[in-house]
Design a protein around this ligand. Structure first.
Ligand SMILES: Cc1cc2nc3c(=O)[nH]c(=O)nc-3n(C[C@H](O)[C@H](O)[C@H](O)COP(=O)(O)OP(=O)(O)OC[C@H]3O[C@@H](n4cnc5c(N)ncnc54)[C@H](O)[C@@H]3O)c2cc1C
Length: 475
């Protein structure tokens, strides 16, 4: 029997596995996917949001705890646990040395990224390289890894202690366990039920695309909530959702399908009408609300429209924009009502107040007398060629999860389990009730993965002591 069983194979699971192993525990990691697809959503990531009080290798200036906390407070609208959030923030300032020791390398952001050189440390080679480095390190340290091992259910003792996990009929016992199997974002039926039917009779979730892995089906999340009465946190429709290219695949489109030109133009829905302030704030602070905004539009589809002036000012997505040399031609190519489209564009262009365009600050280019207003970076869309990108809601990860505290223990009927812990997306809702700020997903997974790993190793030792067993594999 292993000391610690880790369920999941992404960043949170790997951080937990490495920490438990470093604490002397024998560790078995079960990843649902085949080896080629290992690593879940973590393979798609690029960066980690890091607190720092002075410039550090790839991080410019400083990003103090209070500023990080205020950013989080703002985007979540207060739906966060301050104690756990500050724990994540402080951990983000100290974890990178440990990450480097396990082979993760950092680099400054490329120009055109989300203006995050001060706040976010980028992984060299992206999340795929990070995950591969962690797997290499785990294997070198003697962590046992099994692929194609989706856990269906777990067995708990009457006092809420973890006893075993099941992969089909196979029972896998361990002295402690860390759940790090992601959210339920890949489960189309669950998303459909959570979002329900809207006033137009549509099932909005039918038009969602999943930006990451297909393996985060939420099987264990549902099992823990429904079968074991685990305490929950978060709402099922709250999630990180961005506007992505409507032509992206259903799963694993990743970062290159995101449409980043929203703040440089306007966005119209199927009725060819605008519906939100495209220039409300800097894109890194707003990109994660656009998935939800598009989800509320008819057909859950919209078009981000720009003119030639926007070219070169944003990271181009993988699919080319739909091009036209005139606005009426663009309307026809998008199969939108040409008269309404032209009215929307004309009204917008007329409402733009001349100013000094500067995409690096909240500039004075705004509209006047237009609803909804565009409050910054409002330049007339008048210079051919014109481009439009069709967008749909791209769901990154869901926030409904397991309630926990600073020990990462799963809570069952008001009591923390002695040997069952949770990390990553399965508990991110404790910190993120809604909204998002770039890089905090990996901060949460890294902080809680590391805590869960250490506490699981300790719990395994306690189990041995309680049962009078000789500790095995301890340093
Ligand atoms: C396109 C994209 C870009 C992103 N970019 C960033 C970024 O730059 N910075 C950032 O901070 N965050 C980013 N995120 C969010 C980030 O990916 C997550 O917050 C983070 O990776 C979550 O880590 P995790 O370990 O909890 O989940 P995952 O990495 O998804 O790992 C979950 C693992 O559990 C496995 N699993 C699922 N069910 C089972 C089961 N029943 N049994 C066994 N295994 C199971 C899966 O196969 C997977 O390996 C991005 C996400 C996406 C999709």
């Amino acid at each position: 029997m292993h000391d610690v069983l880790i369920i999941g194979g992404g960043n949170a699971a790997l951080c937990a596995a490495l920490m438990a192993r470093e604490a002397g525990a024998s560790v078995l990691l079960l990843e649902a996917s085949a080896r080629a697809w290992r690593g879940g959503n973590s393979t798609h990531t690029r960066n980690l949001r890091c607190m720092h009080d002075a410039p550090q290798d790839v991080l410019l200036e400083s990003y103090p705890e209070e500023e990080y906390w205020q950013d989080l407070l703002k985007v979540t609208g207060g739906q966060t646990n301050e104690h756990l959030a500050r724990l994540v923030i402080r951990e983000s300032s100290t974890c990178r040395g440990w990450m480097r020791r396990h082979g993760v390398r950092f680099q400054p952001p490329l120009s055109g990224a989300l203006h995050v050189a001060r706040t976010n440390a980028f992984f060299m080679g992206g999340g795929k390289a990070l995950v591969n480095a962690y797997y290499r390190s785990a294997v070198a340290l003697g962590v046992d890894i099994r692929y194609e091992s989706p856990v269906d259910r777990i067995e708990l003792a009457a006092d809420g202690r973890f006893a075993a996990a099941y992969v089909g009929d196979e029972r896998i016992a361990a002295k402690a366990c860390v759940l790090a199997a992601g959210g339920f974002e890949s489960n189309l039926d669950w998303l459909r039920a959570a979002w329900g039917q809207n006033e137009r009779g549509e099932w909005p979730a039918d038009n969602f695309l999943i930006r990451g892995t297909r393996f985060n089906q939420g099987v264990l999340l549902r099992h823990l909530l429904d079968e074991h009465g685990a305490e929950r946190i978060g709402e099922p429709t709250q999630a990180h959702m961005v506007a992505i290219d409507a032509r992206a695949p259903l799963y694993d489109g990743g970062i290159c399908t995101r449409i980043d030109c929203v703040s440089l133009g306007i966005v119209v829905n199927q009725r060819a009408e605008r519906f939100y302030d495209e220039g409300e704030d800097f894109w890194p602070k707003r990109y994660a609300i656009w998935g939800r905004l598009v989800a509320l539009q008819p057909g859950q589809t919209a078009w981000s429209v720009i003119d030639a002036k926007a070219a070169g000012r944003f990271m181009p997505p993988v699919f080319a924009g739909i091009r036209a040399d005139s606005l009426p031609e663009l309307a026809r190519r998008l199969e939108l009502d040409e008269a309404v489209f032209m009215r929307t564009l004309t009204d917008y262009n007329r409402a733009c107040v001349p100013g000094t365009f500067d995409h690096t600050r909240l500039d004075d280019c705004h509209t006047q007398g237009l609803t909804p207003a565009k409050t910054h970076w409002a330049l007339p869309i008048d210079t051919p060629p014109f481009h439009a990108y069709p967008v749909r809601p791209g769901i990154t990860f869901t926030y409904l999860g397991l309630l926990t505290d600073d020990t990462a223990a799963v809570r069952l009927g008001g009591t923390p389990s002695a040997n069952l812990f949770v990390a990553g997306e399965m508990m991110a809702g404790n910190v993120l009730g809604k909204g998002y700020t770039a890089g905090v997903g990996m901060s949460i997974g890294t902080a809680f993965g590391r805590i869960a790993g250490v506490n699981a190793a300790r719990a395994a030792r306690n189990e041995e002591a309680a049962h009078g067993l000789e500790p095995e594999n301890l340093d």
